[in-house]
Design a protein. Structure first.
Length: 352
């Protein structure tokens, strides 16, 4: 069972010059203008997941090489320092540039002596302590932006690909099909939630497609209310398809210890955003949820203490958490979104 992050410290990572002992709660909503640093914060979680999956070098290479990960470049920042506290146990990761554009990483950790009685052992493949590996290897950064005609969401998917919902929902049909057969209550909850946003939607069909080579495929075919015509996934609008993926990720029966979602508001109607906010709040009761957004409508659904602001000062990303008491007088007349628009809540991309 994974443990969520209690706090983190980041030094020298992309636009994050220094972030020290920053508390993360069960629900964390990041707001900020384009270029403020929200995506760089999200990338921390992708990077650490790559470390747990033993493909950090590949991840760095696909991102254009190591030099771009250092604040101001490796000459200005010769080392990235990260510190994560899982429960009461800290884990530190240092990253230094190599001469060929790759990076060299080293890590360390301390742990509660009670872990020894639980059979504490270093993961033999990743080299990570179990309290790190058991959390990081399971958390997922979801990104459901690719809903084009050739998106994996809209194509046939291997029926066996059901261990977890993939970050891009490329196995959404197979995953939901399995839920319908193994967890009817959760499946029904997901279906009913989709109907709140898409009232025309009735149910999925999931007709199995078999091939001579033994392959078995599922596709996100569906029917609408009052009709027995089998609609195909390409008949779903981009926004509806994204919401199907979001509802599945947030209502899944065994969620990752940490769920990260980058700009989930894309293509969603304001009513859908209200439903999404309720899903995020509900999911935060079972997992740690981290979301980046630029949506005023979505922001309006949360409490100030849920919100992390991101802005740029002197070229560096600066993070803060809103305080309800400090905003109490303003909130008598304005919503959080309005306060953001009026710059009462500072979260922008300025270069002071």
């Amino acid at each position: 069972m994974g443990t969520s992050i209690k706090s983190l410290s980041i030094e020298g990572f992309k636009s994050i010059k220094k972030l020290e002992n920053f508390e993360l709660r069960n629900l964390n909503i990041l707001i900020g203008a384009n270029g403020a640093g929200k995506s760089n914060f999200i990338e921390i979680f992708r990077l650490l997941r790559a470390k747990a999956d033993e493909n950090l070098d590949t991840y760095i290479a696909r991102a254009g090489g190591g030099d771009g990960f250092f604040f101001g470049g490796p000459k200005l920042t010769p080392r990235i320092k990260m510190r994560f506290v899982f429960g009461e146990n800290p884990y530190e990761l240092n990253i230094e540039p190599a001469n060929d554009g790759r990076v060299v990483s080293s890590d360390s950790f301390r742990f509660d002596v009670n872990l020894l009685a639980q059979g504490f052992k270093i993961n033999p493949r990743s080299g990570l302590a179990p309290f790190v590996y058991n959390s990081v290897s399971k958390w997922i950064v979801y990104h459901f932006h690719d809903t084009g005609a050739l998106s994996p969401m809209r194509r046939e998917q291997a029926i066996e690909d059901t261990a977890y919902l993939r970050p891009d929902a490329s196995n959404i049909a197979a995953f939901l099909r399995k839920l319908r057969h193994t967890d009817e209550a959760t499946y029904t909850q997901i279906r009913n939630t989709i109907q709140l946003v898409a009232p025309f939607f009735d149910d999925f069909l999931f007709e199995e497609r078999s091939y001579e080579n033994g392959a078995r495929k599922a596709v996100l075919d569906w029917k609408q209310k009052g009709s027995d015509f089998p609609f195909q996934p390409w008949h779903l609008s981009d926004g509806t398809l994204r919401f199907i993926c979001l509802a599945t990720a947030l209502l899944q029966p065994d969620p990752p210890p940490t769920i990260v979602i980058d700009e989930p508001e894309l293509g969603l109607h304001p009513h859908a955003l209200e439903v999404l906010a309720a899903l995020l709040q509900k999911a935060s009761m079972r997992a740690q949820v981290i979301v980046s957004t630029q949506s005023v409508t979505l922001l309006n659904q949360f409490e100030p203490e849920d919100v992390i602001t991101v802005c740029r000062e002197g070229g560096a990303s600066v993070f803060g958490r809103l305080n309800k008491e400090e905003l109490a007088e303003w909130l008598e007349d304005y919503t959080l979104g309005e306060l953001w628009q009026k710059n009462v809540v500072e979260a922008g991309a300025g270069y002071d």
